[in-house]
Unconditional design. Structure first.
Length: 149
């Protein structure tokens, strides 16, 4: 895994995009390590914010689209979300709708949220907006914390 992280760091902003996509989708991966490594090499924080947000957003939308096919067995098999976590996520989406997308930045919970939004066929445009904002907040917080040190 260390070698893969190092490879992504060597790829610069493209590596950040790939790491963020993986982290936002079904692959358990820490895009934060790649971002911190790239920041240490002097890559522009703005470029990293854009690449990370876009990659993580698309990873979340991947989860949304797989779940939108509506087969719970696919969700548990391909996205690897336990049925009880999915049911909790569905309950929250029933209650709050697309606004749940704002929590898409939270590790693990964010994946469940994107899956639940897709499974429930919540309005795609509203879901995209809130998921994108949630993903942006994730990386903005990380960048702000890094730049304050």
């Amino acid at each position: 895994m260390e070698q893969f992280v190092q490879l992504l760091i060597e790829w610069g902003p493209l590596g950040m995009f790939i790491a963020a996509f993986l982290a936002g989708s079904v692959v358990p991966f820490s895009s934060e390590l790649v971002m911190l490594g790239l920041l240490a090499t002097g890559v522009s924080p703005t470029a990293l914010l854009v690449c990370a947000t876009l990659g993580n957003f698309l990873g979340g939308m991947f989860n949304y689209f797989v779940a939108s096919f509506g087969k719970e067995e696919w969700i548990t098999r391909f996205i690897k979300i336990e049925p009880e976590k999915l049911e909790r996520g569905l309950g929250q989406v029933r209650r709050y709708g697309a606004w749940m997308g704002l929590l898409s930045w939270v590790p693990v919970l964010g994946e469940v949220v994107c899956v639940a939004l897709g499974f429930m066929h919540v309005n795609i445009w509203k879901s995209m907006a809130t998921i994108a904002l949630g993903k942006y907040v994730r990386y903005q917080i990380l960048l702000s914390a890094y730049l304050m040190v």
